[in-house]
Ligand binder design. Structure first.
Ligand code: KG4
Ligand code: ZN
Length: 357
C-alpha cells in the first residue's frame, strides 16, 4: 500500500490529508479561513498567508495522527505547487520541503486543478474510469473544460475569458447582500425562488468551448440595483456602494442567475463531450457542489456523470494526495528546490512539467 501525505495552501484553506493508494482517504484535515475573510467579502491575500503559517504545523500533525501513521510510514509528500496566491503557495511548499528533507521522503509538486480532478478518485465505492473523460472544473478561481485521455494527460478545450463560475457566484452574492461565499448562499436562496423570473443572458451559443460570465454579472447588477441617475441613489453617500431595489425578490434573482449560469456550463460541457467522443463527464471544484448543476448535467448528457463527495468539492488536501499518488506511480519526483508556479495552466502532460514557470 502507498501512503501519500498531501498539503494544500493555494488559497484560503490550510489543509493536509493522508490518502492510501490514491483512493482511500485515511485523514482529511481542513482549517478554513472563511470567517477570517468573510468581513472583506473575499479572500485577503496577506491575511491568508499569515493564517497558513499559524495553522500548517498543527494541521499536518493532525492529518498524520488521524490516519494513525507517522511521517516515517509515508511514501511521499505531495504539495500544491500552483496555480494560486504566491504567498499562500510558498507556505505550503516550504513546509513540505522541510518535511521531505528531514524525513528523506520524495517530494511531488501538484497542480491544484489536477488535484480537483483527482477528487473524483476519492468517491466510494470507486468505479474504474473509462478514458477519455470530459472534465469541467468550476471553482472560485477557474472554469475550464479539459479532455483527460489518461492519468496526467490533459487537453485544454476552453476556459473562462473573464470571471470564473465561482467568482460570478461570489460577486452576485455580494450584490444581493448574501454572506460570503456566494455559491452556497445563492443556491439556498434559489431553492425558494423562480428560475424563470428574469431572462438573464446565457453565453452565446458559439462553437467555442470558452466561457464568459461578466455579461451575466452585469445583467444581474442592472436588474437589482437602483439606477445611478435616480434620486435615491444621489442621496446616498458613495461609500454605501450599490443600493438594492426594494421591489424585487432576492430569491427570484438568485434562482434566475443560477439557472443562466448552469445552462451555460451544461450546454458547453455536453457539446464538448459529444464532439470529442468522451466516455464520461466529470465535474470538480467548489461549484460542482451545486445541486442544480449536478441535476441538469445528468439530464442533458447521455454519458455517466461523476462529481466528488460534497466535502471534497471545495479545496482540500486529500485530492492533492490522490493526484500525488498517480504522479508517484509514474516514477516522477520533484526537486527539493522546485519553485511555486502561481499561474500554472493544466494542459498537455502535467507529468512532464519540471521547474518551468
Ligand atoms: O474549489 P474552491 O474551494 O476554490 C478554488 O479553488 O477556487 O471553490 C470555491 C468556490 C467559491 O466561489 C464558492 O462560492 C463556490 O466554490 N461554491 C459554490 C457552491 N459551493 C461552493 N457555488 C455554487 N454552488 C455551491 N453549492
Ligand atoms: Zn480549488
Amino acid at each position: 500500500m502507498t501512503y501519500i501525505l498531501g498539503i494544500e495552501t493555494s488559497c484560503d484553506e490550510t489543509a493536509a490529508a493522508v490518502v492510501i493508494d490514491g483512493k482511500t482517504t485515511a485523514s482529511n484535515v481542513i482549517a478554513s479561513q472563511i470567517d477570517l475573510h468573510a468581513k472583506y467579502g473575499g479572500v485577503f491575500p496577506e491575511l491568508a498567508s499569515r493564517a497558513h503559517i499559524e495553522a500548517i504545523g498543527a494541521v499536518v500533525d493532525q492529518a498524520l495522527e488521524d490516519a494513525g501513521v507517522t511521517l516515517d510510514q509515508i511514501d511521499a509528500i505531495a504539495v500544491t505547487r500552483g496555480p494560486g496566491l504566491v504567498g499562500s503557495l510558498l507556505i505550503g511548499i516550504n513546509y513540505a520541503k522541510g518535511l521531505a528533507l528531514a524525513a528523506r521522503k520524495p517530494l511531488l509538486g501538484i497542480n491544484h486543478l489536477e488535484g480537483h480532478v483527482y477528487s473524483l478518485w476519492l468517491t466510494q465505492p470507486f468505479r474504474e474510469v473509462n478514458f477519455p473523460v470530459l472534465v469541467l472544473i468550476v471553482s472560485g478561481g477557474h472554469t475550464e473544460l479539459l479532455l483527460m485521455r489518461g492519468h496526467g494527460q490533459y487537453e485544454r478545450l476552453g476556459a473562462t475569458l473573464d470571471d470564473a463560475a465561482g467568482e460570478a457566484f461570489d460577486k452576485v452574492g455580494r450584490m444581493l447582500n448574501l454572506p460570503f461565499p456566494g455559491g452556497p448562499n445563492i443556491e439556498r436562496a434559489a431553492q425558494m425562488g423562480n428560475p424563470g423570473a428574469f431572462p438573464f443572458p446565457r453565453t452565446k451559443r458559439d462553437q467555442s468551448f470558452d466561457f464568459s460570465f461578466s455579461g451575466l454579472k452585469t445583467a444581474v447588477m442592472r436588474e437589482v440595483t437602483v439606477p445611478a441617475s435616480s434620486e435615491a441613489r444621489k442621496k446616498s453617500a458613495p461609500e454605501k456602494g450599490l443600493i438594492l431595489r426594494s421591489d424585487i425578490s432576492i430569491n427570484d434573482v438568485a434562482a434566475s442567475f443560477q439557472e443562466a449560469l448552469v445552462d451555460t456550463l451544461v450546454e458547453k460541457t455536453a457539446r464538448a463531450a459529444k464532439h470529442y467522443g468522451a466516455h464520461e463527464v466529470f465535474m470538480a471544484g467548489g461549484v460542482s457542489a451545486n445541486q442544480r448543476l449536478r441535476a441538469q448535467m445528468r439530464k442533458e448528457t447521455d454519458l455517466p456523470v461523476r462529481y466528488p463527495p460534497l466535502n471534497l468539492c471545495t479545496d482540500n488536501a486529500a485530492m492533492i494526495a490522490s493526484a500525488g499518488h498517480f504522479r508517484y506511480l509514474s516514477g516522477l519526483r520533484d526537486d527539493l528546490d522546485m519553485e511555486v508556479l502561481p499561474m500554472w495552466a493544466l494542459s498537455n502532460n502535467t507529468y512532464n512539467v519540471r521547474n518551468r514557470p
